[in-house]
Design a protein around this ligand. Structure first.
Ligand code: UDP
Length: 357
């Protein structure tokens, strides 16, 4: 199959601004290449793919980023800046896809979804977020009516955010296991990984660390500086150990040394890449029972699911985290979320899309 992938229009691949989509795209390219498919990627200028993905042709587009939907009002109208990166990537993608089988869109936005019903090339969409915008959800509902197979979701609970999606295509996600080393560090520190932004609920993890009089190691891009400062000022100095944004390789080395990952999203997390990355290193995860993480974590086997927003409940699980066998965490990823498993699901889905055209 010849597949043209459109990346996120928020930040170049490797910047961290695109969140989980950056890693998902790379994992998918690895899986598709290893299954023998041909892949071209349209991405913002300065983007980098994993070295092992060098067989995928990368096309660069320069332009203005979109504003991320999770940082706009739910009722905001669509806004497209002058010299739009999204429009530029779609233009290039459509052109290259004339010689391909399918255009696979990984940006969460209105324009590519609208195009589904207005161009002859099959456009398939990996929807990377829950319902974050009225205008996108309404359009999705309309297009889904005619093209129900063109949309895939990472988790069932994410798809439930769109009540009109009756039989969602669920593709999960994939991780290149050679990139993660198992570590048996049962006495390590507490970890938190993610974009530092309100929907990620960092303050609840800092609460847990503070109650235990421990430090919390925090990795990720600080997207919202005011939010970060406010949390820092609400807890004793030094409770947060800011570690910055690291490459996957550096991150997994550090993350593997931790005894648990605290995952505290306040929104309906579509999947939760960081949860699986921790598990791949042998690190159990305690998350709130909401969104993607609640479908990934096996309560009592690979971590614990606390009542949503119940910090004390989360704390109580940290106290018994040694009951979790770290090997089981890694095993879950091997059996459920390798790049091959992911790419196979995507290929089966794309075959269905292409057949209809
Ligand atoms: N990440 C990273 N380096 C860091 C912190 C985070 O590469 O120092 C990546 C991580 O690997 C994951 C992404 O950031 O792929 C966060 O994705 P997730 O699905 O957890 O949340 P999102 O940002 O998409 O809401």
């Amino acid at each position: 199959m010849r597949i043209v992938l459109i990346s996120t229009p928020i930040g170049f691949l490797g910047s961290g601004k695109g969140g989980g989509v950056e890693l998902t795209l790379n994992s998918l390219v690895s899986g598709l290449l290893s299954l023998g498919h041909s892949v071209e990627v349209i991405a913002p200028k300065n983007s980098k793919l994993y070295e092992s993905n060098e067989k995928a042709k990368l096309h660069f587009v320069d332009g203005e980023d979109q504003i991320s939907w999770q940082h706009q009002n739910y009722n905001s109208p669509v806004s497209i800046p002058d010299n739009s990166l999204l429009a530029g990537m779609l233009e290039k993608g459509l052109d290259i896809a004339k010689k391909a089988d399918v255009l696979l869109n990984m940006s969460y936005d209105w324009l590519p979804i609208w195009m589904t019903q207005n161009v002859d090339i099959p456009i398939a969409h990996i929807i990377s977020m829950g319902s974050e915008s009225l205008v996108i959800s309404n359009l999705l509902s309309k297009v889904y009516d005619k093209y129900p197979n063109n949309f895939a979701f990472h988790s069932r609970i994410q798809a439930d955010d769109y009540p009109f999606i009756k039989n969602p295509i669920i593709i999960g996600n994939g991780f290149k296991l050679d990139n993660y080393t198992f570590q048996d560090s049962v006495d390590g520190p507490l970890a938190w990984v993610g974009r530092v932004a309100p929907e990620k609920g960092l303050e609840d993890a800092v609460y847990v660390a503070d109650k235990l009089s421990e430090k919390l190691k925090v990795w990720g891009v600080t997207e919202d500086k005011n939010y970060a400062t406010k949390i820092e000022q609400s807890f004793p100095k030094g409770t947060i150990d800011w570690m910055g944004f690291l490459s996957t390789n550096e991150l997994q080395k550090e993350l593997g040394k931790c005894r648990v990952l605290l995952n505290t999203p306040k929104w309906n997390e579509a999947y939760g890449n960081v949860v699986v990355e921790a598990l791949a290193c042998g690190v159990p995860v305690i998350a709130y029972k909401r969104g993607g993480p609640s479908e990934i974590i096996q309560h009592g086997q690979t971590g614990y699911l606390a009542y949503p927003d119940d910090k004390k409940n989360m704390l109580s699980y940290v106290e018994i985290i040694k009951k979790i066998e770290r090997k089981k965490c890694r095993e879950w990823v091997e059996k459920n979320a390798s790049t091959d498993i992911f790419a196979n699901k995507v290929v089966n889905w794309l075959n269905k899309v292409i057949k209809e055209y």
